[in-house]
Design a protein around this ligand. Structure first.
Ligand code: NAP
Length: 319
């Protein structure tokens, strides 16, 4: 196993991590970004991002994050895809990260690992994963051309993805546990006027049934207690997310659901470890907020390196 050394290590290659990389490399700070999959983060699953400034007609999430990556690459960001961090150790302020491939020493870390879709844990959910059950309408929507599909949840993700699914499916049914959507007003307006979209209110999915693939969902009305069997070929779950922070083994302070808490400069409870983007304890999860936090975390990390003298030790070694 090889050992490397960087002034800053960024963990996670979504909008926050890529922006942090851009800022650090532009400041000529020797940085590596480690990403357990491919860069882009959850935003790549968004077919149309309408609220990132600078793109008045909206932009595909994959395209937007590719531009983030290109801009960081232009300043020399070193990126390692498919390299997951398994542990972080801190001794006398110096950090050692272990991945499945190497060990890296660094004085500063920016955690930008985002969130993952939450599972509901209902019967049939695991069994039909990839056989009609999905957490990504952008990836799997085209498989359901002219079919009936169901979306579970009433937030921005559920409604945005349900609207996207109307481009392929013959009918899209949103099942929401209350009588009012959580999604933003503009999305609600679009959903309520979309003829291919039906909303089943005050209802929860209890089970997914089928033979070799999804055939029906068992839905319970939580006001009347009535259950019904709704025939569908696909079910997309958007019932929230869980933070990707468990690899830190609670080394830094977390809030109750597991998001990383920071001060206003995005420094965690461990000096020299910063957090940015969706993994940070912050009620608003937006690409524009993640990029802003990536920039702030990078500038705070730079200040930390200078304050502690760690920068001087690397001068001349940076790219
Ligand atoms: P969310 O806002 O947490 O919404 C989750 C939805 O799932 C809610 O409607 C919730 O119902 C429902 N739900 C949760 N647990 C459930 C359960 N056990 N059974 C049935 N339904 C359940 O999650 P999100 O939509 O993924 O959004 C997360 C964050 O990302 C938000 O801050 C959102 O604004 C942001 N986001 C923004 C955009 C955008 O700006 N374009 C796009 C996507 C996401 P209740 O409403 O009853 O709680």
């Amino acid at each position: 196993m090889s050992t490397g050394s960087y002034e800053t290590v960024i963990i996670g290659g979504g909008p926050a991590g890529l922006t942090a990389g851009l800022y650090l490399c532009r400041s000529r700070i020797k940085t590596v970004l480690l990403e357990k999959q491919m860069t882009g983060g959850q935003a790549v699953n968004s077919p149309l991002i309408e609220n990132y400034p600078g793109f008045p007609d909206g932009i595909d999430g994959m395209e937007l994050t590719s531009l983030f990556k290109l801009q960081a690459d232009n300043f020399g960001l070193e990126t390692r895809n498919f390299e997951a961090v398994t542990s972080v150790d801190v001794t006398n302020g110096f950090k050692t990260l272990k991945t499945d491939k190497e060990e890296i020493n660094t004085p500063a870390i920016i955690v930008a690992t985002g969130r993952s879709p939450k599972k509901m844990g209902i019967p049939g959910e695991d069994k039909y994963m990839g056989k009609g059950i999905s957490y990504c309408a952008t990836c799997d929507g085209p498989l359901f051309k002219d079919k009936r599909v169901m979306v579970i949840g009433g937030g921005d993700s559920a409604v945005e993805e349900a609207l996207h699914l109307t481009n392929f499916a013959g009918k899209v049914i949103i099942v929401h546990r209350r009588d009012e959507l959580r999604a933003s007003g503009y999305l609600q307006e679009r959903a309520l006027s979309e003829p291919k979209l039906e909303i089943i209110w005050n209802s929860e999915i209890r089970e997914v049934r089928g033979d070799s693939v999804v055939e029906e969902a068992i839905i319970e009305n939580n006001v009347t207690g009535e259950t019904s069997e709704v025939p569908v070929s696909g079910i997309f779950f958007y019932v929230g997310n869980t933070p990707n922070s468990s690899f830190l083994s609670e080394m830094v302070e977390l809030d109750k659901p597991g998001y990383i808490t920071t001060d206003e400069n995005l420094e965690t409870s461990v000096p020299g470890i910063f957090a940015a983007g969706d993994v940070r304890s912050n009620p608003f999860k937006q690409v524009v907020i993640a990029t802003g936090e990536g920039a702030l975390a990078a500038m705070s990390a730079q200040r930390y390196l200078e304050k502690t003298g760690a920068r001087a030790a690397y001068k001349g070694d940076a790219k």
